[in-house]
Design a binder for this molecule. Structure first.
Ligand SMILES: [Zn+2]
Length: 301
């Protein structure tokens, strides 16, 4: 399942390729699972809209749309592109401000387990399990392909706000407030999407290792100092992974249609029984809340 760094990488890649383009027409497949909005509502919102920005919110990819885009901007939409790209690259607070203007709409994509977005020429063979094709005024197509169909597509008028707080934007006081008094293991709390958005299994394990906290530790028993280390570690791990372009271990493709990302060097995740990179103790694997959790029994308390 793509995690925050992969989704960020994909959103940034898409932003570079489709910002400023206009969606001329939309084809939607027959399978109903991928569609959270009705096919007619989806088509009506997407068709003739200009893509103003593409950004990550939690694990969602959000396309900010101007429904009147086709009539209000130059034919190919290339002139305003650098300005729009700059906006995409700035903080999400700015981007949210941009999207709250009246008359805006959003296309929201969640990739699920195996979903991917492909930008390609119309001649490119349509992959099996293609559920949506957006034909763009630039002559290319944006396709959503998802063999296992856990991915979700929806449209919204106005502002979409995913649950939880962005882990890269939160400060220590807010971070502490999220976990205060929680009796659940810290690992489960980190994965709880209503608290933090977008933190998944790999980055939870890796940040707990860097902070020296066992995944089973109850959140309520962790000191402020340890939480400060955890927040630091979490942001460091996510930033490193984003810089590397996400650390996918599954079968999805980036927005250029290229497979594979550089992989963050995992220190504990997926290294059961291998020796800890710090102290050589064998890494342990336990299951917490149904999820595999990896930790060093000596370095993590
Ligand atoms: Zn160790």
């Amino acid at each position: 399942m793509p995690e925050l760094p992969e989704v960020e990488t994909i959103a940034n890649g898409l932003a570079k390729r489709v910002t400023g383009d206009v969606i001329e027409s939309v084809w939607l497949g027959q399978k109903k699972e991928p569609l959270k909005s009705s096919a007619s509502e989806m088509a009506a919102t997407l068709e003739h809209s200009r893509i103003l920005a593409v950004r990550r919110m939690g694990k969602h990819i959000v396309f900010d749309l101007d429904p009147a885009g086709q009539t209000t901007a130059p034919a190919k939409g290339r002139t305003s592109r650098s300005k729009l790209r700059h906006r995409t690259a700035s903080t999400s607070r700015t981007a949210q401000g941009a999207s709250s203007a009246p008359g805006r709409a959003q296309w929201i994509v969640h990739l699920g387990m195996t979903g991917r977005l492909q930008v390609c020429d119309p001649q490119t063979e349509v992959a099996k399990h293609t559920h949506a094709i957006l034909r763009l005024s630039s002559g290319r197509e944006l396709r959503f392909v998802d063999p296992r169909r856990f991915g979700r597509l929806s449209v919204r008028a106005g502002d979409f706000d995913a649950a939880g707080v962005e882990p890269l934007e939160i400060d220590l006081d807010r971070f502490l407030a999220l976990f205060r008094g929680r009796k659940t293991p810290i690992k489960s709390a980190l994965l709880n999407q209503s608290l933090l958005r977008g933190v998944g299994n790999i980055y939870a394990d890796e940040s707990l290792f860097r902070a020296g906290i066992r995944p089973r530790r109850r959140a309520a028993t962790i000191t402020r100092e340890k939480f400060a280390r955890l927040l630091n570690a979490l942001q460091e791990v996510l930033r490193e992974a984003i810089a590397l372009g996400g650390s996918s271990i599954s079968d999805y493709v980036n927005s250029d249609g290229e497979e594979g990302f550089f992989q963050l060097q995992h220190r504990v995740y997926g290294r059961e029984a291998e020796s800890c990179l710090v102290c050589k103790t064998p890494v342990k694997r336990v299951v917490i809340g149904g999820r595999s959790s990896h930790y060093c029994p000596k370095c993590q308390k």
